[in-house]
Design a protein around this ligand. Structure first.
Ligand code: NAG
Ligand code: NAG
Ligand code: NAG
Ligand code: NAG
Ligand code: NAG
Length: 460
C-alpha cells in the first residue's frame, strides 16, 4: 500500500462528490442484525453498489483491474470480499466474475505477478490476491477449470515467491515493501508485507498441516516482534527504512495490520492449540480496542486519518480487512467470539446507517462513527462497509475446510516457479511485436533477467 515512496493518489474522490450533496437519496440500507435475510439483503445492496465500479468483465476490458484511481491490489481485496459474500449469502451472482478476474491476474504460475504491475507491485499487493485465493480454498469456492491454477496452489505460489524474498540481509529479516529493486519503497520494510506473509503461512499450515508453513509463520511473527514493528503491548507500527537498520520507525497504526496478525495468530492457535498462540490472539485482540470508538460505542474508525480527514484512497478500505479478519478469527479461535461480535454488530449498524448516499441510496460513507452518510463515495469504503455488514453472517456459516476435512482445492507445494520452456515463446514475442514494442522489449528483457519468477508473463 502507499504510505511512503510512491506518489500518493489524491483523495479528490471525497471532494468531487461534495457536489452531489444536494442529491436526495431514494433508498437506504436497512439492517436488522437479528434477521439473516435482512443482513443478506443489505449485503447485496452494498455489494451491488461496490460492483458498479468494476468493469473488468466487459468485453475488451481487463479482468481483475479497477479503474483509476484504484490500484491493482484493491481488486484482489475485492475478490476476497466477493468470496466471502458468496459463502455468507449463497448468492452466486459474482462468482464467474471472481473466477475470471483471479485467473487472469494469477497468470500461468498462479503467483499474481502480472508484468503489467511490475512498476508498482509490492509484497503486500501480491498478498491481497493471495488472501482471496486462500479464502477461496478455505471456503470451497467453485474450483477453476482443471487446466488452470487452483486456489490452494495460488496461495502456495504467493507463499513460495515471498518466502524466497525473505531478507535477512538487513534488519535481521522480514519482507521488503516492494518486490522489484527499481521501485520506490524497495528499502522500506513494512508490517503489512511481513504480516501478509505471516497470515498466508499460518492459514496454509492450518489447511495443509505442512510444518514448513508453521515454521515460517513463527519466524515472521518473531521477526515482527524483534524488529519492533509489533510493540510489547501488541500494537503495530507501519514499518521502517532498512537504510537505517529499521531503527527509525514510522509509528502510524492501521487497522489492517492488527487484523492481518490477529487472524494469522488465530489460525496458528487453531492448528497447534498451543497456549502461546492463544495468549497472542488475546493480546492482539485487546490492543485492537484503539480502533473502536467509545461514542458511539464499539464502532470502528481509522484513527490515523479519519479524525483529521487525511485518508487516502487505499486507506479508505482498511477497516474492512480488520472486520473480515475479526469475523474469521471467531471461527479459528472461538474463545474470542463474545469479545468480537459486539464490535462487528455495532460497527455494521453504524456502517449501514452511513449507506444512504448516491442515487440509489446505497452509497456508504467513510466515517461510520457519524452514523450517517458523510457525503463521500469511494470504492474502498464501499467494500469495507460490505465487509463489516456481511461479517455478521459468520455465526451461521461453517468454519474453513482443510485438505483433510472437506477441502477440494488442489495444491502444489512447489507452485510459483517459472513455467516450462518459456524461451521459444519469448523469441516469437520479440519477433512479432518488436517493431511496435520498441523500447518496451528492452524493459521486458531486463525484467526477464532481473525479475526471475515474474518473467514468465512476458511470454503470454
Ligand atoms: C458462469 O459460468 C458458467 C460456465 O461458463 C456458466 O454455465 C454459467 O451460466 C455462468 N453463470 C452466470 C451466473 O453467469
Ligand atoms: C496487461 O495490459 C494489457 C494492455 O492493457 C491487457 O491487454 C492485459 O489484459 C493486461 N494483463 C493483465 C494480466 O491484466
Ligand atoms: C482483554 O480484554 C478483555 C475484555 O475487555 C478483558 O476482560 C481482559 O482482562 C483483557 N485481557 C488482557 C490480558 O488484558
Ligand atoms: C478450531 O476451529 C474449529 C472450527 O471453528 C473449532 O471448532 C475449534 O474449537 C477450534 N479450536 C480451538 C482450539 O479453538
Ligand atoms: C511442505 O511445504 C514445503 C514448502 O513449500 C514443500 O517444499 C514440501 O514439499 C511440502 N511437503 C509436503 C509433504 O507436501
Amino acid at each position: 500500500m502507499r504510505l511512503t515512496g510512491r506518489a500518493p493518489r489524491p483523495s479528490w474522490v471525497g471532494l468531487l462528490t461534495a457536489s452531489f450533496m444536494g442529491l436526495q437519496a431514494v433508498g437506504a440500507v436497512e439492517l436488522n442484525l437479528d434477521d439473516d435475510l435482512s443482513i443478506k439483503k443489505a449485503s447485496k445492496q452494498v455489494a451491488t453498489n461496490m460492483m458498479s465500479y468494476y468493469t473488468g468483465m466487459n468485453p475488451g476490458d481487463n479482468p481483475g483491474n479497477l479503474p483509476d484511481p484504484y490500484y491493482w491490489w484493491e481488486a484482489g481485496a475485492m475478490f476476497g470480499a466477493l468470496v466471502d459474500y458468496w459463502f455468507f449469502t449463497g448468492d452466486t451472482q459474482w462468482n464467474n466474475i471472481t473466477i475470471q478476474g483471479m485467473l487472469w491476474q494469477a497468470g500461468d504460475n498462479g503467483a499474481f505477478m502480472p508484468s503489467n504491475q511490475s512498476k508498482t507491485e509490492g509484497n503486500d499487493d501480491q498478498a491481497f490476491w493471495g488472501f482471496a485465493a486462500m479464502s477461496a480454498a478455505e471456503r470451497n469456492f467453485p474450483n477453476p477449470p482443471a487446466d488452470k491454477p487452483q486456489w490452494l496452489e495460488m496461495a502456495q505460489a504467493v507463499f513460495n515467491t515471498q518466502a524466497s524474498r525473505w531478507d535477512p540481509g538487513t534488519c535481521g529479516g522480514g519482507l521488503r515493501w516492494q518486490i522489484f529493486t527499481w521501485n520506490n519503497g524497495y528499502s522500506y520494510k513494512n508490517t503489512i508485507s511481513t504480516g501478509g506473509f505471516f497470515n498466508i503461512a499460518s492459514r496454509l499450515y492450518k489447511y495443509t498441516g505442512n510444518q514448513t508453513y508453521a515454521d515460517w509463520a513463527e519466524k515472521a511473527w518473531d521477526w515482527t516482534k524483534q524488529v519492533g514493528f509489533m510493540t510489547d503491548t501488541y500494537h503495530f507500527w507501519d514499518g521502517a527504512s532498512d537504510l537505517t537498520g529499521c531503527k527509525d520507525m514510522n509509528k502510524i497504526e492501521w487497522t489492517y495490520n492488527t487484523g492481518v496478525y490477529l487472524l494469522g495468530a488465530a489460525s496458528m492457535y487453531n492448528a497447534t492449540e498451543d497456549p502461546k498462540w492463544k495468549y497472542r490472539v488475546q493480546q492482539v485482540l485487546n490492543a485492537s480496542d484503539v480502533f473502536f470508538a467509545t461514542n458511539p460505542v464499539n464502532v470502528m474508525y481509522e484513527r490515523a486519518c479519519e479524525t483529521v480527514n487525511t485518508c487516502m484512497v487505499d486507506q479508505r478500505s482498511f477497516k474492512g480487512y480488520l472486520a473480515r479478519w475479526m469475523a474469521a478469527t471467531t471461527q479459528m479461535a472461538p474463545f474470542t467470539y463474545d469479545q468480537i461480535m459486539p464490535k462487528l454488530r455495532a460497527t455494521a449498524e453504524a456502517a449501514a446507517k452511513s449507506c444512504t448516499g448516491g442515487s440509489e441510496g446505497t452509497t456508504c460513507g467513510l466515517k461510520w462513527t457519524e452514523q450517517k452518510w458523510d457525503n463521500t463515495k469511494d470504492f474502498g469504503q464501499q467494500m469495507a462497509s460490505l465487509d463489516v455488514i456481511q461479517a455478521n453472517l459468520i455465526t451461521h456459516v461453517a468454519p474453513p475446510v482443510t485438505s483433510h476435512d472437506g477441502g477440494t482445492s488442489k495444491g502444489n507445494p512447489d507452485a510459483g516457479g517459472k513455467p516450462k520452456e518459456p524461451m521459444p515463446k519469448a523469441l516469437s514475442f520479440s519477433i512479432t511485436t518488436a517493431d511496435k514494442a520498441g523500447a518496451g522489449i528492452l524493459t521486458a528483457m531486463t525484467m526477464v533477467m532481473i525479475g526471475g519468477s515474474c518473467g514468465w508473463l512476458i511470454w503470454d
